[in-house]
Design a protein around this ligand. Structure first.
Ligand SMILES: *Cc1c(COP(=O)(O)O)cnc(C)c1O
Length: 422
């Protein structure tokens, strides 16, 4: 069972002011979860969660997470700018990008962010671009092969474009040290959306063992190890979610087993979770506007894949609740579709739902990460608004919906669109 954090009455009231579709975020859920993350890693003095901005790039959300002690993880200049504008500075920003335009290193360095290098050749690039290497630098690791937990393949790092090989990263630390770098970090992201409490501990053990090897071979003692993202959420109602307290305890155990006996017990643990931080605490709310019966039964809604791309792009499952019919039996099988001229524009295929009527509100769960953020403008469709459901039950507009004017603004070159830009 997945229970929406807003009732039909609340949504109806919100819809008087804000038209559907809209994203609704649950401030209470975000804050409580962030506190649990910090509790889970409280055994580690230097722990910091760098929220992956790309998952939910909204200043209001970033400021909530800042109040809860998080930093930000950025991979582009605009994410850096948003972090800066929200008051993040210096080492509260991690810059983990790849195929990085050189001017973005300059901007990241200006903010004092920690720069995490994706490739071996980036070391010289940064040196040439900045004229020096920052005192703190981090390197991204890719062990190749398959990432497995208990003989189950979780992901396929050998096919991933990210990170350096074992030989490259060891040589990398040697070079950084020779060029005067003082503090060193290591980063790896080896599996996505893992719904198991063993992902971080298994990854941590690999990285901790490599940290020992790096110390023995180069004399570099790492200052931090960044376990990055990849901690998943249960999108399906019958899935059991991760227990972040157990995950934290699992990392603690391997920390004590591997790092502490090797005189590396001062290493700070960083994380860069996106999905786990906001995914369950965002929903896309959309209204039923059409029915169609041909070879299948279609429910047409006023949102489409530009508002939420995951089902179209990955065939991702997002649970849907028909608001007000939470306990009605699921007697119908529908395809829930948007209006794009793209046949993959389906929020659900063959989904069992209670019988729906025009005007019903659908609550599409677990869209608080990589949801709005992946929006686009295909078919000239516009972005929705984003709303924050506050702890006192009030609602705040945190991003207005796009208008045709916004859409046409970048075409304002030769006055052709002037009529629609007034
Ligand atoms: C996407 C990404 C994250 C966040 O991943 P989640 O799966 O959302 O936790 C963290 N770090 C980097 C470098 C990323 O690319």
């Amino acid at each position: 069972m997945k229970t929406p954090y807003a009732t039909l009455e609340q949504i109806k009231a919100i819809n008087k002011t804000y038209k559907t579709p809209f994203y609704l975020y649950d401030e209470k859920g975000i804050r409580e979860n962030a506190r649990k993350v910090h509790q889970a890693f409280s055994w580690n003095n230097g722990f910091k969660e760098y929220f992956a901005v790309k998952a939910c790039p909204n200043p209001t959300i970033l400021k909530i997470l800042k109040e809860e002690g998080c930093g930000t993880d950025c991979s582009s200049i605009t994410e850096l700018q948003m972090s800066d504008a929200c008051g993040f500075s210096g080492h509260d920003i991690m810059f983990s990008s790849n195929d990085t335009p050189l001017e973005e290193y300059v901007f990241a360095d200006k903010l004092g962010a920690i720069i995490n290098l994706d490739d071996f050749t980036n070391i010289d690039e940064v040196l040439d671009t900045l004229g020096y290497l920052p005192e703190t630098m981090s390197l991204r690791y890719n062990p190749g092969g398959y990432f497995t937990i208990a003989n189950t393949i979780m992901d396929n790092p050998q096919d991933a474009k990210y990170g350096m090989t074992t030989e490259q990263i060891i040589e990398g630390y040697r070079i950084l040290k020779d060029r005067g770098v003082k503090r060193f970090g290591m980063h790896a992201f080896l599996a996505s959306n893992t719904v198991t409490n063993d992902y971080y501990p298994t990854l941590a053990k690999q990285l901790f063992e490599l940290a020992v090897r790096i110390k023995n071979e180069t004399g570099v003692s790492l200052d931090f190890i960044n376990l990055s993202g990849g901690v998943g959420i249960p999108y399906k109602p019958d899935q059991k979610g991760n227990d972040i307290l157990e995950i934290g305890a699992g990392v603690h155990k391997v920390y004590d087993e591997v790092l502490v006996p090797n005189d590396l017990g001062n290493i700070s643990i960083f994380t860069e979770m996106g999905r786990f931080m906001t995914g369950p605490y965002g929903a896309l709310v959309t209204k039923v506007i059409h029915f169609k019966h041909t070879y299948k039964e279609y429910v047409g809604v006023d949102a489409c894949a530009v508002n939420l791309m995951r089902p179209a792009m990955y065939g991702a499952y997002h649970h849907i609740t028909v608001l007000g019919k939470e306990s009605a039996p699921a007697t119908k099988t529908y395809d829930v579709v948007g209006s794009l001229c793209e046949n993959n524009d389906k929020f659900a295929i063959d989904r069992e739902l209670p019988e729906v009527q025009k005007g019903d509100y659908l609550f599409i769960h677990d869209t608080g990460a990589h949801g709005f953020a992946m929006g686009y403008n295909y078919n000239g469709k516009l972005w929705s608004s984003e709303l924050l459901l506050r702890e006192d039950g009030s609602v705040k507009l945190i991003r207005r919906a796009q208008t045709p004017k916004d859409y046409f603004a970048t075409l304002d070159i030769d006055d052709t669109m002037a009529k629609y830009l007034k």
